[in-house]
Design a protein around this ligand. Structure first.
Ligand SMILES: NC(=O)c1ccc[n+]([C@@H]2O[C@H](COP(=O)([O-])OP(=O)(O)OC[C@H]3O[C@@H](n4cnc5c(N)ncnc54)[C@H](O)[C@@H]3O)[C@@H](O)[C@H]2O)c1
Length: 437
C-alpha cells in the first residue's frame, strides 16, 4: 500500500469519527434552538461565539494549525446558526392558521448589521423592534391600506405620516423633496427616524431620504409587498428615479431594522403576489433547489411564509458576501438583462413578470421547462409580444453591458449558476435564435 493510499484510509477513518461527532453536535444544537424558541432568544450571540472560538482554539497544540482551526470553528458556528434558523423558522400551517414563531435574519454590513424580523402580527408590536420613542416620519402610499401606517403611528411617540401616490412614477425627485420638506418642517433632528410602510417604491425612496437627511438618520422598513419582503428590503439599496432613468440617484444605506409581517399580504392583489414570487423563483433557480421544489410540488401561496424566509436567507447570504455589488451580488440579475429589455417595451407588465420571461432565455432546455411550468403555476407570463429588434436595442443599452462584452447569469441545473461573459454580438445572436420559441 502506498503512503497516499494509507493516508487516505486514515483520513477516511477520521472523517467517519467527525461525521459521528457532527451528528451528536447537531442534536445538541437542536436542543439549544428549542430553548431559544421557548425563551424568545436570538440565534446570534456574538460575544459567546467569540469566547467559544477562542476557548476551542486553545485545545490546538500545533500553532501552525491554529488559524485553520479558527476558520473551521467559524464554519461550524455558521452551520449551527443556519440549522437553528431553520428550526425556528415561522412556517404557516397549511390550514391557514397563524404561525407560532418568528424568524430573525441578521444581515451583516460594513457598519454593523441589522435584523429582519419575519413574524405574523409584528406590525402591531413594531415598537418591540423599532425605537419609536422619538419623532417618526412614516412614508406610505395610497395603495397601501391606511391601517398599516396607522398601527405604526399609534405606537410612536410623535408620528407624522406622508402618503404619496402609488406607483413607480412616484419614486421621483418631487416626492423625495416632499419627504425632506416634511422632515425640515417638523424639525426632525439626527436622532429622529423615518419608517417606510409599503412596497419597494416607498422603501427605496424613504430609504434614500433617510440616507441623505442631515447626512443620515435612522431608517426602518416595513415592506408590505412580496417583492419588497423578499428583495428590496434586503441589502440596503435606496434610490429614486430621475431624468427618465430608474434608480439613477441613490445610495447603499442599510436600515436599522426590517419587519416582515406576512399578514399584510392578505390585502395584496394576486398579481402583485405572483410578481414578487417571480423574484423568489429566480433565487431558487440559481441558489436553492429545495425552494424551487416548493414551487414545483406544493401550493406556493400555502407556503408563502417559508418561501419568504428562504428567499430572504438567500439574498442575505449574497449581500453579506458582497454588500456593494462588486461581484457575487450579480447573481441576483438572473433573467434581468432580457427582462429589462421586455420591461422597457411592455409598460403593462410588472418587473417580476418580465424577469420571469427573461429567465427562460438564460438556462438549459431542461431548466427552461421547469421554470416555465413554475411560472404557469403562478399565473405569470412566459412570453411577451416584443419584436427581437426592439429588445436587442434595449439589451445593448443595459448597464451590465461593458463595451462590446456582456455579463449575464446562466443556469444549467436548478440550484446552481455560472456567470457568462460574452461578446455582445454572440449573446444577441443566441437570444435571437431562441426569441420566439
Ligand atoms: N432596493 C432594492 O434592492 C430593490 C430591489 C428590487 C426592486 N426595487 C424597487 O422596488 C420597486 C417595486 O416594488 P413593488 O413591486 O413592491 O412595487 P410598489 O411599491 O409600487 O407596490 C406595488 C403596489 O402594491 C400596493 N401595495 C403595497 N403593499 C400593499 C398591501 N399590503 N396591500 C395592498 N396593496 C399594497 C402599492 O400601493 C402599489 O400600488 C421598484 O421601484 C424597484 O426599483 C428595489
Amino acid at each position: 500500500m502506498s503512503n497516499l493510499d494509507e493516508s487516505r484510509e486514515k483520513i477516511g477513518e477520521i472523517d467517519k469519527q467527525i461525521a459521528d461527532l457532527f451528528e451528536k453536535r447537531m442534536d445538541v444544537v437542536g436542543v439549544i434552538a428549542e430553548y431559544k424558541r421557548e425563551h424568545d432568544l436570538r440565534v446570534e450571540d456574538v460575544a459567546r461565539e467569540r469566547t467559544l472560538i477562542r476557548d476551542n482554539c486553545a485545545y490546538i497544540k500545533n500553532s501552525a494549525y491554529k488559524p485553520y482551526y479558527t476558520e473551521f470553528q467559524n464554519a461550524v458556528l455558521d452551520v449551527s446558526k443556519a440549522y437553528q434558523h431553520r428550526l425556528l423558522s415561522g412556517i404557516r400551517t397549511p390550514s391557514g392558521g397563524e404561525n407560532v414563531a418568528k424568524t430573525v435574519i441578521s444581515v451583516k454590513t460594513a457598519l454593523g448589521g441589522y435584523d429582519i424580523i419575519v413574524e405574523r402580527g409584528s406590525l402591531n408590536k413594531a415598537d418591540k423592534y423599532f425605537d419609536l420613542k422619538r419623532k417618526v416620519l412614516i412614508v406610505t402610499d395610497d395603495g397601501v391600506p391606511g391601517e398599516y401606517a396607522e398601527a405604526l403611528a399609534n405606537l410612536s411617540e410623535e408620528a407624522l405620516t406622508l402618503v404619496i401616490k402609488a406607483g413607480e412614477p412616484s419614486k421621483n425627485f418631487d416626492n423625495y423633496k416632499r419627504i425632506i420638506e416634511a422632515l425640515v418642517g417638523a424639525d426632525f433632528t439626527r436622532t429622529d427616524c423615518i419608517v417606510a410602510v409599503g412596497g419597494g417604491v416607498v422603501g427605496d425612496m424613504a430609504g434614500f431620504a433617510a440616507a441623505t437627511y442631515m447626512r443620515g438618520i435612522d431608517f426602518y422598513n416595513v415592506p408590505t409587498t412580496v417583492l419588497a419582503q423578499v428583495d428590496s428590503s434586503v441589502g440596503g439599496k435606496t434610490a429614486i428615479d430621475f431624468c427618465g432613468y430608474k434608480n439613477i440617484l441613490g445610495s447603499f444605506y442599510p436600515p436599522k431594522c426590517v419587519i416582515v409581517d406576512t399578514n399584510t399580504l392578505k390585502t395584496l392583489e394576486k398579481r402583485q403576489i405572483s410578481n414578487g414570487l417571480a423574484e423568489s423563483l429566480k433565487m431558487a433557480a440559481t441558489c436553492d433547489e429545495k425552494l424551487f421544489s416548493i414551487f414545483e410540488n406544493d401550493d406556493p401561496i400555502e407556503r408563502i411564509d417559508e418561501i419568504i424566509i428562504r428567499s430572504i436567507g438567500i439574498k442575505k447570504s449574497i449581500v453579506d458576501a458582497d454588500e456593494h455589488e462588486s461581484g457575487l451580488r450579480r447573481v441576483l440579475n438572473f433573467g434581468h438583462t432580457v427582462g429589462h429589455a421586455i420591461e422597457s417595451n411592455c409598460p403593462e407588465l410588472l418587473h417580476g413578470e418580465c424577469v420571469g420571461i427573461g429567465m427562460l432565455h438564460m438556462c438549459s432546455p431542461q431548466v427552461k421547462e421547469r421554470i416555465k411550468s413554475a411560472l404557469n403555476k403562478l399565473n405569470l407570463p412566459t412570453y411577451a409580444e416584443v419584436p427581437f429588434e426592439k429588445a436587442q436595442k434595449a439589451i445593448l443599452h443595459d448597464k451590465k453591458t461593458a463595451g462590446d462584452k456582456i455579463t449575464t447569469v446562466f443556469v444549467d441545473d436548478i440550484g446552481s449558476y455560472r456567470f457568462l461573459n460574452e461578446e455582445t454580438k454572440a449573446f444577441s445572436d443566441r437570444i435571437k435564435r431562441e426569441w420566439n420559441k
